[in-house]
Design a protein around this ligand. Structure first.
Ligand code: UDP
Length: 256
């Protein structure tokens, strides 16, 4: 059950003309965090449903062999560069990204926006209790942040439709799905008509960070672009994901 934490106008939107570059064939937008937040607000106010992907190197690498993930990324309204590897790839192509725009930072910015404008946020994902704690902490950090429901992300795919319907009943403006790549992107895309979120975003382990369960890398490690090593040391089971980084870099170096 989705736990309730608390309780327009229409425009057409075109994101096709936004600056972007292709990394291993995947279109990634070249916008600042402020510009992404502005675009997301435009999507919330526009007709229809929209998806934002936060693409790190492993997602782009996996999309080379996972055709469903690739199609989802092709159909996404916005794709942010969410890792140092993707930032490196943009620079190498001569089309640099202004900055890294991670899912975890996007969560905070959109909670701040919700506090200002009242947009309804639903959170799906992480271990039982984690999303609830994160929601409480985010509401303390951004008083007025309108988180209307949270639910943990440990359920079998057979229950996807029931969970998506529960989310749909909340009519969220923003849905954060934190169940890891590619499960979160597939949940968002496959059950769009049931979750009915105006904007849905896959945000990986963000709620582990906001709940205090996981510690984010200190700023000097982030600046040294070694966040991947920090995550690996915190969670050695991420070894397989980390090993995709050199393979991603090799593929980028071989690409035109
Ligand atoms: N998770 C989940 N359901 C699952 C598997 C994982 O909700 O079936 C959560 C997990 O608890 C964690 C997040 O998904 O909070 C994945 O975080 P990670 O940083 O591993 O994501 P990724 O690196 O894939 O973005």
């Amino acid at each position: 059950m989705l736990a309730t934490v608390k309780s327009c106008f229409v425009t057409q939107v075109s994101v096709a003309s936004l600056p972007s570059t292709r990394i291993l064939g995947i279109l990634v937008h070249r916008l600042t965090m402020d510009q992404f937040v502005e675009q997301i607000e435009t999507l919330i106010q526009s007709e229809g449903q929209h998806m934002v992907a936060t693409a790190d190197s492993s997602m782009i690498f996996d999309a080379q062999s996972d055709s469903e993930l690739r199609s989802i990324l092709e159909a996404a309204d916005l794709v942010t560069p969410d890792s140092s590897g993707v930032i490196w790839a943009g620079k190498r192509r001569g089309e640099p990204f202004p900055e890294k725009v991670s899912g975890v930072d996007l969560v905070a910015r959109l909670c701040e926006l919700s506090a200002q404008k009242g947009y309804k946020i639903a959170i799906l994902g992480a271990a039982p209790g984690v999303a609830e704690t994160a929601a409480e902490k985010l509401t303390l950090q951004f008083p007025g942040c309108n988180i209307v429901g949270t639910r943990h992300g440990f359920f079998p795919t057979e229950s996807d439709e029931v969970v998506a319907e529960e989310i749909g009943a909340l009519k969220p403006d923003i849905l954060f799905v934190a169940m890891g790549i590619p499960r979160q992107e597939k949940f968002i895309a496959r059950h769009k008509s049931l979750h009915r979120a105006k904007v849905a975003i896959g945000v990986g382990g963000s709620f582990d960070v906001y709940s205090g369960k996981a510690k984010r890398a200190p700023v000097f490690i982030q600046k040294a672009k070694m966040e991947w090593l920090w995550r690996l040391l915190q969670n050695p089971s991420k070894y397989k994901k980390t090993m995709k980084l050199p393979r991603f870099m090799f593929a980028v170096m071989r690409s035109k």
